[in-house]
Design a protein around this ligand. Structure first.
Ligand SMILES: *[C@@H]1O[C@H](CO)[C@@H](O)[C@H](O)[C@H]1NC(C)=O
Ligand SMILES: *[C@@H]1O[C@H](CO)[C@@H](O)[C@H](O)[C@H]1NC(C)=O
Ligand SMILES: *[C@@H]1O[C@H](CO)[C@@H](O)[C@H](O)[C@H]1NC(C)=O
Ligand SMILES: *[C@@H]1O[C@H](CO)[C@@H](O)[C@H](O)[C@H]1NC(C)=O
Ligand SMILES: *[C@@H]1O[C@H](CO)[C@@H](O)[C@H](O)[C@H]1NC(C)=O
Ligand SMILES: *[C@@H]1O[C@H](CO)[C@@H](O)[C@H](O)[C@H]1NC(C)=O
Length: 481
């Protein structure tokens, strides 16, 4: 009863707050108080109805961090639109289990592959067993994302058990499971894969914020970068290619340092080391992403795996010079060279970067178009709405393959927004509150497109290779002359 009253009480606060925001908004917008009272009242009433119907209770007031048993109507709204094309890769990621299904034995073998946590969903509740420590809080924010998915689509996320490895590089080698009589591959979730592994990819933690380095939840961060873009027009940006990051995580990044401007060479690249210790002392003010769109070209280069920086670089409206990468995250396989980015040779980076910048500065319309196409892609196809729908469809398709009924293992405990956010402090708490799903989604998820047939897939990969080849041909022609 007390819990119920608290929830109700906090509900009123939300209504009151919405009212104040609305009132302020209306007054500010009209820049006068000539709004008729009747008109205003009707707006407030509408707002109250929506808020009352939709808000999922959340309260830290109980002092007890057990998860509340709230009763929310299942989300059953029909599909609202078609999903972006890249959702077709969900079928590709799960194809290794299409014939055999997913067995308890396979999942338990995935657990042994350095899984960071195992996560079970049963009747819409989330249980987690944390297995190994991992750098910072990427596991926590990954789990947070799944907990929010369940809040957004109550009753829609099916029963399942999954093993998640939060490290960077992919692990499950295709070759180990190809032979006749080889065991069913272990289904292991992570943030990226490559063309010789069978890992299943999910969006990384930074979509809900990377608290340790001050990167805000994606919707907010994207909006801020966009506002930053408006401040500096492309033509007024420095006409060089910019990169800032940690060069020590991969050989290829170490290589990139050689492309920096020096007394003897100018490869059109401006390369900076991220000094994490210094930045940490200054609260990461110098690494504000919204202020990093100051150059006409931005370099993307992989680390030990894909890099979280990818989306922030692509968002700048400056063409991304994408150093050919071995890794794919859930969305990068949809990116097309020449349309969303400019491909850079991994084995001849400096010359390749120099050519790209010269080409862009002498084809400014085309260069700007690449920058804009990428940032539009992020806003329209990779916003949080798509991120949640991708997760939902992946988990639904994954659970369809199950050959057993998952149970909560003895070591697992229930996770919910209250038990995760209430004990946290500072920026971690702030980002959780900001990225928390406040209500079930007001629309159905998008409808998932069908799998690629082998011909289509071949054609798609050929098209990408062809575009890269065309750029390389241009480079070669220029280098010869
Ligand atoms: C307020 O009144 C104007 C003019 O009658 C109308 O166009 C507008 O939709 C009303 N706003 C709300 C929120 O009801
Ligand atoms: C929280 O609630 C549970 C079950 O209602 C109870 O067993 C536990 O002792 C409570 N813990 C605290 C710290 O109040
Ligand atoms: C949830 O609501 C349903 C239908 O109104 C009811 O049958 C059920 O007992 C409720 N469960 C809880 C835990 O309150
Ligand atoms: C690259 O060159 C610039 C200009 O000389 C310099 O400020 C910067 O520190 C150099 N970057 C690295 C990683 O050495
Ligand atoms: C996998 O990608 C690498 C480049 O990262 C390429 O050299 C290799 O041929 C590809 N292998 C397959 C089987 O497609
Ligand atoms: C790429 O495709 C175009 C048109 O389909 C074709 O003319 C060209 O030969 C292809 N280039 C390569 C390198 O495959």
């Amino acid at each position: 009863m007390a819990k119920f009253q608290t929830a109700l009480f906090s509900g009123y606060w939300i209504v009151l707050l919405s009212f104040l925001i609305l009132l302020f908004g209306i007054l500010f917008f009209n820049n006068s108080s000539l709004v008729s009272i009747a008109n205003l009242t009707s707006a407030i009433n509408q707002q109250a109805v929506i808020t009352k119907q939709q808000t999922i209770p959340f309260s830290c007031a109980t002092g007890n961090l057990t998860c509340p048993s709230i009763n929310i109507t299942s989300h059953t709204l029909p599909p609202s639109s078609s999903c972006p094309e890249y959702f077709r890769w969900i079928h590709e990621d799960l194809r290794p289990w299409a014939e055999t299904g997913i067995t308890k034995d396979a999942v338990m073998r995935a657990k042994k592959l350095e899984a960071t946590f195992s996560l079970i969903i049963l009747n819409g509740r989330v249980y987690v067993e944390r297995l190994r420590p991992i750098y910072q809080t990427r596991d926590i924010f990954t789990i947070w994302g799944i907990v929010q998915l369940v809040r957004r689509y109550p009753g829609r996320v099916p029963d399942l058990e999954l093993m998640f490895n939060c490290k960077d590089g992919p692990l499950v080698k295709k070759a180990d499971y190809m032979a006749v009589g080889a065991p069913i591959p272990p289904p292991l979730f992570r943030y990226c894969k490559n063309n010789v592994t069978l890992d299943i990819v999910l969006p990384d933690w930074s979509f809900w914020g990377w608290a340790e380095i001050n990167i805000k939840p994606w919707d907010t961060q994207l909006k801020e970068i966009r506002e930053g873009n408006e401040r500096t027009k492309w033509k007024d940006r420095s006409p060089y290619a910019y990169w800032k990051g940690n060069p020590y995580v991969a050989q290829t990044r170490g290589d990139l340092l050689k492309c920096n401007i020096s007394k003897s060479h100018d490869w059109n690249a401006r390369i900076f080391k991220q000094d994490w210790h210094k930045e940490e002392r200054k609260g990461y003010q110098n690494s504000n992403l919204a202020d990093q769109c100051t150059h006409r070209y931005k370099i993307y280069i992989e680390g030990e795996g894909w890099s979280v920086s990818e989306k922030y670089i692509l968002a700048c409206d400056s063409p991304t010079l994408f150093v050919n990468s071995r890794f794919e995250d859930f969305v990068s396989r949809a990116l097309i060279p020449g349309r969303h980015y400019w491909p850079i040779r991994d084995d001849d980076k400096c010359r390749s970067i120099k050519f790209a910048v010269d080409w862009g500065n002498s084809h400014q319309e085309e260069a700007q178009r690449i920058g804009k196409t990428a940032s539009r892609f992020l806003r329209e196809e990779m916003n949080m709405e798509n991120v949640y729908d991708y997760m939902l469809h992946l988990l639904v398709e994954y659970s369809k393959l199950f050959k057993y009924k998952p149970v909560v293992p003895p070591g697992a405990v229930e996770y919910c927004s209250e038990s995760m956010a209430c004990p946290r402090k500072g920026r971690h708490r702030e980002y959780m509150m900001e990225s928390m799903v406040k209500a079930p989604h007001h629309k159905g998820p998008c409808s998932i497109p069908p799998p690629y047939d082998p011909g289509e897939m071949h054609e798609f990969l050929r098209m990408k290779a062809n575009y890269t080849k065309r750029v390389e041909d241009l480079e070669e022609k220029a280098w010869k002359s």
